[in-house]
Ligand binder design. Sequence first.
Ligand SMILES: Nc1ncnc2c1ncn2[C@@H]1O[C@H](COP(=O)(O)OP(=O)(O)O)[C@@H](O)[C@H]1O
Ligand SMILES: [Mg+2]
Length: 250
Amino acid sequence: MAVEQGEYVLIAGANGSGKSTLARHLNGLLLPTSGEVRIMGRPTHDPEDIMEIRYAVGYVFQNPENQIVAGVVQDDVAFGPENLGLDPSETRIRVEESLRAVHLWNLRERSVFALSGGEKQRLALAGVLAMRPRCIVLDEPCSLLDGAARKGILDLLAQFNREHGTAIIYFTHDLAEIGAARRVVLLAGGCLVADGRPADLLPEAHLLKSFGLEAPPLAVVGELLRSAGVLVPRRALSVKEMVEALCGSG
Ligand SMILES: Nc1ncnc2c1ncn2[C@@H]1O[C@H](COP(=O)(O)OP(=O)(O)O)[C@@H](O)[C@H]1O
Ligand SMILES: [Mg+2]
């Protein structure tokens, strides 16, 4: 499997399907015991390139506690750029930009210990954004967020993908987090079992269920309607599309 610069891929799998394991191979946190993983054409097992790979591929952990390194919000975001040896003025610009992007600018002087789980998840993302990576790998980054905060993160990822060409590789068990992904890869039992466009894979309620994934509710409705002889298109996956399919758009 290959991901190109500027792609936005959702990699979905049930618990235990191998999401975190695969995600960790994408910036050399884990090294393959056979075969190889190449980032920008370079194998991750070559220690000479590992720092370059880590700078190019930002990683947002499932548990934000694993990546918060400083005691104060803005110091945590500054840590990465400072380690890159950037000019302090450039670091300041990046810290402000990243904290504003995740709506934590107002909390910049707060102790990280006083943040909620969802705020910590957003802080972890800000730390990665400040590195301006070519690719962001996220391992269930919205698990601690409510619906509105989740939408905020998905919109932000879509924006970075669109405006900066940042590749997004988003791991989740929840297909409702499809966001602006234009490709879906399914994992089951440590193997890649499907790879296609959202419009082709998301309506496959049966297939998704067989891999332990919850199909989008309207995909289930569509399958039931079709098996009862009501011809609704497979691609009617939003309420609006389903209503139009059933009642006509007029
Ligand atoms: N390709 C694989 N081959 C063998 N074991 C794997 C593979 N991928 C994952 N595993 C093992 O499966 C278990 C669950 O993997 P994990 O990556 O934590 O799943 P998830 O993040 O989807 O819940 C772990 O013990 C991991 O070592
Ligand atoms: Mg996991």
